[in-house]
Design a protein around this ligand. Structure first.
Ligand code: ZN
Ligand code: ZN
Length: 268
């Protein structure tokens, strides 16, 4: 995958970096971000293992092929050809396809809950690391992702004021740091919507109609030109895809984006 690579780290020498990691892990022994159990080993962890213990990592259920070629919903049985799930069959989604890294249950569901509703911003690192494998899909393998743009699903500003951050934007910022793909807040929510959790798919679509718009440009905050650009739309969880559909519609119709691929940490 063509990443421009992560930002230059503070300590550039790999040997010094490893030494500082071991020193830090010795002075402040690591505990698991999810269950707070002490972690074994010092300094040698990478990726999700930096954050989670063996037991919590084993609880993560990756979404692997075969999955729906539109919404990324995994299919239980063997399937050799490309397929669409019953939710997507016969429907036109504004996004090109959606990819989720893991199923939204157990440890991952808890982490996302604490992140959003417990306002625990410290979880953005582990959740971005959990989201990253969603980008391993073969359909993105030939792409130069450094030319793409990360765009978060926006929160209404009143909700963001209460939560103190937009979880999708925080994930975007972490991913931008990890991959070098630029991140930009291109969308806004024009009104507060009631929670989607208890609504059926059609109700969700009705509830969201006209809710999203492009963020306005101001002299002190110019908006980038997304015309002809390819976009990774980032969110924590994908459920019915109604939110992603509405966001992708605006990005394509109003901003002229060429392609919108949805990436989320979890699939609800
Ligand atoms: Zn754990
Ligand atoms: Zn589907």
């Amino acid at each position: 995958m063509a990443y421009p690579g992560p930002h230059e780290p503070l300590i550039t020498s790999p040997i010094l970096r490893q030494a500082s990691r071991i020193l830090l892990d010795t002075v402040f022994p690591r505990i698991c971000t999810a269950c707070e159990a002490p972690m074994e080993g010092t300094g040698q962890h990478q990726g999700i293992a930096v954050w989670l213990c063996q037991a919590c990592m084993a609880d993560l259920e990756p979404i692997e092929p075969p999955y729906c070629s539109v919404c990324g919903e995994s299919f239980g049985g063997p399937m050799t050809r490309e397929f669409r799930c019953s939710n997507c069959d016969g429907r036109r989604m504004a996004f090109d396809f959606a990819l989720s890294a893991f199923k939204a249950h157990g440890v991952l569901r808890e982490l996302i809950h604490h992140f959003k509703y417990g306002r625990d911003l410290s979880l953005r690192g582990v959740l971005a690391e959990i989201l990253k494998p969603a980008m391993n899909d073969p359909r993105l393998a030939g792409e130069d992702l450094s030319k793409w743009v990360l765009v978060p699903v926006p929160l209404h500003f009143l909700r963001e004021m209460r939560r103190e951050f937009n979880q999708s934007w925080e994930l975007c910022r972490m991913l931008a740091g990890m991959t070098g793909i630029p991140a930009v807040q291109a969308l806004r929510r024009t009104r507060l919507t009631s929670t989607q959790a208890k609504l059926h798919r059609q109700q969700r679509l009705d509830n969201l109609r006209g809710v999203f718009a492009l963020r306005r440009a101001f002299p002190w905050r110019p908006q980038p030109d997304l015309n002809g650009r390819k976009i990774l739309l980032v969110d924590d969880v994908l459920t019915t895809g109604a939110t992603a559909h509405e966001c992708a519609k605006i990005l394509k119709r109003d901003a002229g984006a060429e392609k919108v691929v949805v990436i989320t940490a979890a699939r609800g």
